[in-house]
Design a protein around this ligand. Structure first.
Ligand code: FAD
Ligand code: UDP
Length: 373
């Protein structure tokens, strides 16, 4: 078989590049994925009871980018949705990101008033303050608050999720969930937040529905190498795997998901409840909040149990953002730069902690380079 572009991976990165190359450049594209479905980690499906669930963990779409929003809107209508998260702290479900509302749930009115005033004076209303920055505060009240939030929200959760302490990771990791100096109770503050009305898999089906695109599922790169002739290869799987772990493995973190069905309409008050404490899982998500299947009389929730990644045994869900891994990544990037016909992109291909919109933005940018020739 001969194609212009062979794309490994049918997730957001692979699907965006396939769609653009097929439609805009009129080239023939073969998309190959080793899983038996399209959509990558954003894949969703109906469970036996008819609840729409996300097989690889809960996915909520949010972006600051109008370009990404407009692009994806060609393939889906949207259901407006603001994700809300609670964290279990000292037996109370408090709003997360930690905000002025969280203060009021945990502390006496007097103490909450004082802390609020200090936050407003030091940072200003509407600021987003990463926990590692708040920890540097000199003011004794802010130091108290920083220690409290660090201990009760970040330390245990991060140890479970990554097997590392917050300081051992890039500050951008805990910076994803900053302390909000406001009463905004939404998990994300992006201007565009929504869920694809008919789900992610339907969105992907439309993206890949083009006469120039063929999709081969259940096939690994190794199986098609040598069988397919191509002008260019785009690889969205793990970069270290592509190079046979030449410079040693890039670390990833994995998860195990446990889905639980309940014969009652609702399980919890909001989409996700985080458990930074003793529990072996990090969070529980109830899909119906996300997807809007409000009328179903039963519900399904997902528990997330972090675990080490072992190639061949589980999935490399998270690249691990920290300096020592960047050094190894640079060695692989140097290998990649030597290859004229192979391009790498995506959460695994770039080894970057991308959200869905960032994966799409990266793919759109790479497409511009591809189109220039
Ligand atoms: P992927 O979706 O991982 O796709 C890569 C594909 O390549 C996979 O299907 C894989 O099977 C295939 N592949 C890999 N190697 C090979 C090979 N050798 N041969 C053939 N095929 C191969 N983002 C958000 O914006 N909001 C969220 O709420 C959110 N929640 C998340 C929750 C979890 C638990 C996880 C893990 C991620 C979450 N994300 C979220 C991030 C989101 O999943 C990614 O940004 C997005 O899936 C990246 O798309 P991708 O195409 O780069 O990678
Ligand atoms: N985090 C935490 N406690 C929480 C929520 C998040 O310590 O209750 C930290 C943790 O290190 C986590 C990171 O912030 O991995 C990013 O959280 P996010 O919810 O963005 O993670 P994701 O949805 O990507 O798994």
């Amino acid at each position: 078989m001969k194609v212009d572009y062979l794309i490994l991976g049918a997730g957001f990165t692979g699907a965006t590049l396939a769609e653009r190359i097929a439609r805009e450049l009129g080239k023939r594209v073969l998309v190959v994925d080793r899983r038996n479905h399209i959509g990558g980690n954003a894949y969703d499906e109906y469970d036996p009871s008819g609840v729409l669930v996300h097989r690889y963990g809960p996915h909520i779409f949010h972006t600051q980018s109008k370009k990404v929003w407009d692009y994806l809107s060609r393939f889906t209508e949207w259901r407006p949705y603001y994700h809300r998260v609670r964290a279990m702290v000292e037996g109370k479900a408090v709003p997360l990101p930690f905000s002025l509302a969280s203060l009021r749930r945990l502390f006496s009115e007097r103490l909450a008033d004082r802390l609020e005033e200090k936050l407003l004076t030091h940072f200003g209303y509407g600021s987003r303050v990463p926990i590692l920055r708040l920890k540097e505060a000199q003011d004794p009240d802010l130091r108290f608050l920083a220690e409290y939030v660090y201990k009760n929200v970040f330390e245990g959760y991060t140890l479970k999720q990554w097997g590392l302490r917050p300081e051992e990771l890039s500050p951008s990791v805990t910076g994803r969930v900053p302390i909000l100096v406001s009463y905004d109770e939404r998990y994300f503050q992006d201007p565009y937040q929504a869920m694809p009305k008919e789900g992610y898999t339907a969105l992907f089906r439309r993206m890949l529905d083009h006469p120039n695109i063929k999709v081969l599922l259940g096939a690994d790169w190794k199986e098609v190498e040598g069988e397919v002739r191509f002008h260019r290869l785009i690889f969205t799987g793990p970069m270290d795997e592509f190079f046979g772990y030449l410079h040693g493995p890039l670390p990833y973190r994995s998860l195990r998901f446990r889905l639980e069905h309940h014969p009652q309409p609702w399980f919890q008050e909001v989409g996700t409840v985080n458990y930074p404490g003793e529990h072996p899982f990090t969070r529980i998500t109830e899909f119906k909040h996300l997807t809007g299947q409000d009328l179903l009389p039963h519900t399904t929730v997902a528990y997330e149990y972090p675990e080490a990644y072992t190639p061949g045994e589980n999935e490399p869900y998270y690249p691990v953002p920290r300096e020592e891994n960047e050094e190894r990544l640079r060695l692989y990037q140097e290998e990649a730069a030597k290859l004229k016909t192979v391009l790498f992109a995506g959460r695994l291909g770039d080894y970057r902690y991308y959200n869905m919109d960032q994966a799409v933005a990266r793919a759109l940018k790479l497409f511009e380079e591809v189109a220039r020739g």
